[in-house]
Design a protein around this ligand. Sequence first.
Ligand SMILES: Cc1ncc(COP(=O)(O)O)c(C=O)c1O
Ligand SMILES: Nc1c(O)cccc1C(=O)C[C@H](N)C(=O)O
Length: 416
Amino acid sequence: MITKQNVLELDNNDPIGFARDRFYIPPGKVYLDGNSLGLMSHDTHARVAEVTNRQWGKDAITSWNKHNWIGLPQRVGEKIAPLVGAAPGQVICCDSISVNLFKTLAASLTLVQTEQPQKNQVLSTPDNFPTDLYMVQGLQQLLGQQRCELVLEKEQQLADAVTDTTAVVLVTEVNFRTGRRLDVETLIAKAHAAGAMVIVDLAHSAGVLPVDLDAWQADFAVGCTYKYLNGGPGAPAFIYAAERHHAKLQQPLVGWMGHANPFEFTPNYSPAPGISQFLGGTPPVLSMSAVDAALDAFKDVNLGQLRFKSMQLSELFHDLVVQFELTSELTLIAPEDRNQRGSQLSYESEHAYGICQALIERDVVADFRSPNYLRVGFAPLYNSFHDVYLAVQALADVIESKAHLSERWQQRNAVT
Ligand SMILES: Cc1ncc(COP(=O)(O)O)c(C=O)c1O
Ligand SMILES: Nc1c(O)cccc1C(=O)C[C@H](N)C(=O)O
């Protein structure tokens, strides 16, 4: 039997508990939606004020040099790099995951097909996040099936589905619906043995799992900064490209910021060396500055301890769900083994939307994913064990009072 006292002890003994004070916690709320939008840190709030008040407000255009706005994509990329196991010079902050997928898909197809023109398939999973699949479909339309054909295989059979015609494997480490974490390292080894490249989507990994791109020998990776990196709504994404590919890189969205000498304004494109050639247009200075400041919340936080706490949080949540006897309404679809999960739990329920809305009414923020999943995200930087206790208490209250069955939940919001 888990008691409130046990839970408070976990908080008292939490070696990274100090990080919670770095964030604005919405007053009176338990926020378990950092897997969709991370919370704002005090540093981020202060930086946005500084950038608008002083940099833009007073120094205006001189800030490109004076405050090094122009170097933000590289600077922020270098700050993300240690969180994803990348040595310097391989990560840059820019665009959205979707746009970065387009660039890395095109670049990897070109690299593979230069040596092995018969390889035309991009292998992925039907339950990948839709934008990942749409980007391949768009490229397939543009390049034709001879150069790009999307092939889908079940997540757990992905490694065995790599064939002679596989050019690129596009994999998301943590499934956004189920929270299942894939063994990306083994997948990369299998793909490489067959002469294919791998692009890893780290949307639900960066800032919460110990990602090791260099050690895994990943070819490319993409990720967002608005979830566990807490960069803010619509914050720019990042790209990783392994250094061994830099000399031969070719990506189609060549913009002036990715030029070797953008301020020479020459008519012909010549790529900047290294990772910078993935840049397209002008960086979004306000939101990229927010990301820059948000990353300081990881200062002195050990990533192993972060992962351990994330697993403890999800385990505590589910143990309490079992203790409160809620499993007849909620079926766990995340793996039972906490090692095989990212930092979220997902439950299937006929009434998942109503449960989610009734929870929000009780100041517990989780989210719903179609058709009938309740997702609960754990952000170990700022979530406490007590948060989890309060959340499951509220969940028990929803189910006991049948608040989830209210007519009011017949109509769904546009964004869930
Ligand atoms: C796995 C995954 N990839 C991509 C995205 C979307 O990427 P973006 O909106 O930054 O293009 C999301 C969620 O927003 C996601 O969960
Ligand atoms: N990126 C989002 C957005 O711009 C609005 C609302 C939600 C999101 C999301 O994070 C979706 C998300 N990737 C997911 O895991 O469901």
